[in-house]
Design a protein around this ligand. Structure first.
Ligand code: CP
Length: 311
């Protein structure tokens, strides 16, 4: 029997969702994908709900995608950016959020540099919380939109499919959420990057590890290429960006040398010429902009489903 409600009142991470939750989100997103392709892209589902987007860290895609999703569901929306707020005067996270909630806000979307910040809040406030990325921990809606995009590209089935994640796994919340999501959906997951950027005990999550880009490309149906996160790297993990690119960069030449056509993805922002070349990122195999488009439908689905779980 299909589940019609999420099992949790928050979306803090993929590790807290079950397979039925994931499928419910994908089914709902498919309906919203149809809505946002209509001439009138709006439905009244969240008409009486106010959502606060709290961004304590920079964002382009996630922030705009959530705001569009909220507006297309007819929610009232307030945007908060830490850099121009009283956080700069020393106000705590909890005081900041409680002050915003006292203005009758129902749901909180939060990006924060500290891993676990959304879990911390979820024990202290009653509003629904959606994690929009917490440090190196999780980025659940990115993994949902990635898996949704993979399903659309691979005849709706990820079970038994080979998905490779390339690059800076060590610092990537996208990698962590993708691993949890893809394993729950029955996909085979292989990580590929320099040994210094792959966590030592990651195989305990049921993934394979390879340091060979060509062999991994030959194995996979989908290559999800991650950004080198220089801003989170406090030491040198490889000699130079040029040498990283030579050993681990994905190029159109490399893709063309395979005996099959794989799907190429990247969550953005892209370091063009580092983890991926422009001709690969902009090729017909790339679904990078479809990922961004699907992100709005996925976030509409998450907001809509959580609104039914308001306490
Ligand atoms: N993919 C992603 O999270 O991008 P932003 O940092 O621009 O939101």
């Amino acid at each position: 029997m299909s589940q019609r409600q999420l099992s949790s009142k928050h979306v803090l991470g993929i590790k807290y969702l079950n397979e039925a939750d994931l499928n419910l989100i994908f089914d709902t997103a498919l309906e919203f994908k149809e809505v946002i392709n209509r001439p009138i892209k709006k439905v009244p589902s969240l008409r009486d709900i106010t959502v606060a987007n709290l961004f304590f860290e920079n964002s382009t895609r996630t922030r705009i995608s959530f705001e569009l999703a909220e507006k297309r569901l007819s929610a009232d929306v307030v945007n908060f950016s830490a850099s121009s707020s009283s956080v700069k005067k020393g106000e705590t996270l909890l005081d900041t959020v409680n002050n915003i909630l006292s203005m009758k806000v129902d749901m909180v979307v939060m990006r924060h540099p500290a891993p676990g910040a959304p879990q911390y809040l979820s024990k202290r406030i009653s509003a629904n919380i959606i994690n929009a990325g917490d440090g190196t921990h999780e980025h659940p809606t990115q993994a949902l939109l990635d898996a949704f995009s993979m399903k659309l590209a691979l005849n709706d089935e990820l079970r038994g499919k080979n998905i490779a994640i390339f690059g800076d796994i060590l610092h990537s919340r996208v990698a962590m959420s993708n691993i949890f999501c893809l394993k729950k959906l029955g996909a085979n997951v292989r990580l590929c990057g320099p040994p210094t950027l792959i966590p030592k005990h990651i195989h305990k999550l049921g993934v394979e590890v390879s340091y060979d880009v060509r062999k991994t490309l030959e194995w996979c149906d989908v290559a999800n290429v991650l950004r080198i996160q220089l801003e989170r790297q406090d030491i040198k993990y490889f000699p130079s960006l040029r040498e990283y690119h030579q050993s681990f960069g994905i190029s159109k030449n490399l893709l063309d040398s395979l005996d099959k056509e794989i799907v190429v993805m990247h969550p953005g922002p892209i370091n063009r010429g580092v983890e991926i070349t422009s001709d690969a990122a902009d090729s017909s195999q790339s679904i990078i902009l479809q990922q961004v488009e699907n992100g709005v439908a996925i976030r509409m689905a998450v907001l809509y489903l959580l609104s039914a779980r308001r306490s």
